[in-house]
Ligand binder design. Sequence first.
Ligand SMILES: CC(C)(COP(=O)(O)OP(=O)(O)OC[C@H]1O[C@@H](n2cnc3c(N)ncnc32)[C@H](O)[C@@H]1OP(=O)(O)O)[C@@H](O)C(=O)NCCC(=O)NCCS
Length: 190
Amino acid sequence: MSLRHDMAAASLTPLPHLTTARLRLRPAQPADADALFSAYTTDPEVARFMVWRPHRTIEETRAYLRACADQWAAGICFTYLLEEMDRAGPIGAIALRPEGTSADFGYVLARAAWGQGLMPEALRALGDWALAQEGIWRAVATCDVANRASARVMEKAGMRFEGVLRRHTIHPNIQPEPRDCRLYARVRGD
Ligand SMILES: CC(C)(COP(=O)(O)OP(=O)(O)OC[C@H]1O[C@@H](n2cnc3c(N)ncnc32)[C@H](O)[C@@H]1OP(=O)(O)O)[C@@H](O)C(=O)NCCC(=O)NCCS
């Protein structure tokens, strides 16, 4: 099983840049710490359903971005920052993690950018790309059962609801115990 994972991760070569109608996606770098700290990493509303707590210092944001860069280099997880075409500065992030023959997605957007359909646009584009790669058959993501906005993102990006994963993920801003999560996926040919 672990060998399969290693092989799938090694064979996936992510694009360094990707564009959609309204967005530019580029790899997250430690130099983005100031911008991300101002945009959303301190915001408790943004962090509410995430696996991390709101950052209190810019060093926490820098450490997160360093981990993103390290994981990209190691082929473990590819985290892109999102920028609007007509405005400089990152407004969010979307991560693609190869898991065997699947690509697992996670995403976050600054509150100021919510409600414009930007994340469905990013998730659809990166999902399209992933499902066109050799060895990747399934694009998958999960969200807390109470996170209706994220469930809508997955639906709008063409993913289908596959069920509830009970006690799947700890979302520490809500409670310390693992919470039930909704599972969505899109497969080749959908
Ligand atoms: C989830 C999230 C990425 C949605 O991205 P988005 O680009 O705003 O998505 P959309 O514009 O397509 O809106 C999706 C849903 O969000 C909700 N929404 C829209 N505007 C909103 C606002 N201003 N405030 C709160 N929720 C809003 C609506 O339910 C909407 O569904 P609808 O299109 O059927 O009305 C964003 O809300 C976010 O970053 N939230 C915090 C982090 C998070 O929860 N990430 C996902 C973890 S699994």
